[in-house]
Design a binder for this molecule. Structure first.
Ligand SMILES: [Zn+2]
Ligand SMILES: [Zn+2]
Length: 144
Protein backbone atom coordinates (compact mmCIF):
# COMPACT_ATOMS: atom_id res chain seq x y z
CA UNK A 1 0.00 0.00 0.00
CA UNK A 2 1.37 3.36 -0.97
CA UNK A 3 1.51 5.78 1.81
CA UNK A 4 2.11 9.45 1.70
CA UNK A 5 3.76 11.43 4.40
CA UNK A 6 0.88 13.84 4.24
CA UNK A 7 -1.54 11.19 5.38
CA UNK A 8 -1.45 11.34 9.11
CA UNK A 9 -4.92 10.02 9.61
CA UNK A 10 -4.51 6.33 8.97
CA UNK A 11 -3.25 3.46 11.02
CA UNK A 12 0.16 3.71 9.45
CA UNK A 13 1.46 5.76 12.31
CA UNK A 14 2.33 3.29 14.96
CA UNK A 15 5.36 5.25 15.99
CA UNK A 16 5.95 3.52 19.22
CA UNK A 17 3.80 1.32 21.35
CA UNK A 18 5.22 2.38 24.66
CA UNK A 19 4.03 5.97 24.74
CA UNK A 20 2.25 7.21 27.80
CA UNK A 21 -1.35 8.31 27.35
CA UNK A 22 -0.35 11.97 27.34
CA UNK A 23 2.49 11.41 24.89
CA UNK A 24 0.08 9.59 22.58
CA UNK A 25 -2.46 12.40 22.80
CA UNK A 26 0.13 15.08 22.12
CA UNK A 27 1.65 13.20 19.21
CA UNK A 28 -1.83 12.61 17.80
CA UNK A 29 -2.63 16.33 18.01
CA UNK A 30 0.59 17.16 16.16
CA UNK A 31 0.08 14.50 13.54
CA UNK A 32 -3.44 15.69 12.75
CA UNK A 33 -2.48 19.32 12.52
CA UNK A 34 -1.82 21.00 9.18
CA UNK A 35 0.93 23.11 10.63
CA UNK A 36 3.19 23.47 13.64
CA UNK A 37 1.55 23.81 17.06
CA UNK A 38 2.74 25.62 20.14
CA UNK A 39 2.45 23.92 23.50
CA UNK A 40 -0.59 26.09 24.21
CA UNK A 41 -2.24 25.18 20.91
CA UNK A 42 -1.78 21.55 21.89
CA UNK A 43 -3.20 22.16 25.34
CA UNK A 44 -6.25 23.83 23.78
CA UNK A 45 -6.86 20.85 21.53
CA UNK A 46 -6.50 18.32 24.32
CA UNK A 47 -8.50 19.95 27.09
CA UNK A 48 -11.37 17.64 26.26
CA UNK A 49 -9.06 14.66 26.69
CA UNK A 50 -8.19 15.54 30.24
CA UNK A 51 -5.01 17.53 29.76
CA UNK A 52 -5.18 20.61 31.92
CA UNK A 53 -1.70 21.74 32.80
CA UNK A 54 0.93 23.13 30.43
CA UNK A 55 3.48 21.04 32.31
CA UNK A 56 1.77 17.85 31.18
CA UNK A 57 2.12 18.98 27.59
CA UNK A 58 5.73 20.09 28.03
CA UNK A 59 6.70 16.80 29.64
CA UNK A 60 5.14 14.81 26.84
CA UNK A 61 6.76 17.07 24.21
CA UNK A 62 10.18 16.68 25.82
CA UNK A 63 9.97 12.92 25.57
CA UNK A 64 8.62 12.95 22.01
CA UNK A 65 11.36 15.33 20.87
CA UNK A 66 14.02 13.31 22.65
CA UNK A 67 12.89 10.22 20.79
CA UNK A 68 12.68 11.96 17.43
CA UNK A 69 8.93 11.41 17.17
CA UNK A 70 8.35 15.15 17.17
CA UNK A 71 10.60 18.09 16.38
CA UNK A 72 10.82 21.57 17.79
CA UNK A 73 10.96 24.49 15.41
CA UNK A 74 13.07 26.98 17.28
CA UNK A 75 12.16 29.99 15.20
CA UNK A 76 8.43 29.43 15.73
CA UNK A 77 8.65 28.00 19.22
CA UNK A 78 6.32 25.32 17.96
CA UNK A 79 6.31 21.60 17.37
CA UNK A 80 5.61 19.21 14.51
CA UNK A 81 5.23 15.45 14.42
CA UNK A 82 8.14 13.81 12.65
CA UNK A 83 7.15 13.47 9.00
CA UNK A 84 8.90 10.14 8.67
CA UNK A 85 7.91 7.36 10.98
CA UNK A 86 11.21 5.63 10.35
CA UNK A 87 13.45 8.62 10.68
CA UNK A 88 13.94 9.24 14.40
CA UNK A 89 16.92 11.15 13.19
CA UNK A 90 19.83 12.20 15.23
CA UNK A 91 21.64 13.79 12.29
CA UNK A 92 20.59 16.76 10.25
CA UNK A 93 16.93 17.63 10.12
CA UNK A 94 15.84 20.41 7.82
CA UNK A 95 12.52 22.22 7.71
CA UNK A 96 11.17 24.43 4.97
CA UNK A 97 8.65 26.73 6.60
CA UNK A 98 6.16 28.52 4.35
CA UNK A 99 5.34 32.00 5.57
CA UNK A 100 2.27 32.09 3.36
CA UNK A 101 0.29 29.07 4.54
CA UNK A 102 2.36 27.87 7.48
CA UNK A 103 3.09 24.51 5.93
CA UNK A 104 6.26 22.82 7.14
CA UNK A 105 8.18 20.29 5.07
CA UNK A 106 10.67 18.11 6.84
CA UNK A 107 13.55 16.73 4.85
CA UNK A 108 17.10 15.54 5.17
CA UNK A 109 20.01 16.13 2.89
CA UNK A 110 22.98 13.81 2.98
CA UNK A 111 25.24 16.26 1.13
CA UNK A 112 24.69 19.09 3.60
CA UNK A 113 25.10 16.67 6.45
CA UNK A 114 28.38 15.43 5.04
CA UNK A 115 29.65 18.97 4.57
CA UNK A 116 28.80 19.89 8.13
CA UNK A 117 30.43 16.68 9.27
CA UNK A 118 33.66 17.65 7.47
CA UNK A 119 33.58 21.11 9.00
CA UNK A 120 32.94 19.71 12.47
CA UNK A 121 35.77 17.22 12.00
CA UNK A 122 38.21 19.99 11.13
CA UNK A 123 37.15 22.04 14.13
CA UNK A 124 36.97 19.12 16.52
CA UNK A 125 33.41 20.20 17.13
CA UNK A 126 31.21 17.40 18.41
CA UNK A 127 27.81 17.77 16.76
CA UNK A 128 24.85 16.53 18.74
CA UNK A 129 22.08 17.69 16.54
CA UNK A 130 21.58 19.97 13.60
CA UNK A 131 18.31 21.61 12.76
CA UNK A 132 17.96 23.83 9.73
CA UNK A 133 14.98 26.10 9.30
CA UNK A 134 14.43 27.58 5.89
CA UNK A 135 11.88 30.39 5.66
CA UNK A 136 10.11 31.23 2.45
CA UNK A 137 7.06 30.38 0.40
CA UNK A 138 6.01 26.95 -0.74
CA UNK A 139 5.30 26.08 -4.36
CA UNK A 140 1.54 26.40 -3.92
CA UNK A 141 1.82 29.87 -2.35
CA UNK A 142 4.25 31.07 -5.02
CA UNK A 143 1.86 29.85 -7.71
CA UNK A 144 -1.20 31.41 -6.06
ZN1 LIG B 1 11.85 13.62 11.67
ZN1 LIG C 1 2.54 27.93 1.44
Amino acid sequence: MAHSHDDHSGHNHVWADDLTKNQGLVLGALAHSDGPLSAYDILDKLRGDGLRAPLQVYRALDKLVERGLAHRLESLNAFVACADEHCHRSGLIAFAICEGCGKVDEFADAVIEERLGDWAGQKDFKVERTTMEIRGRCGACVAA
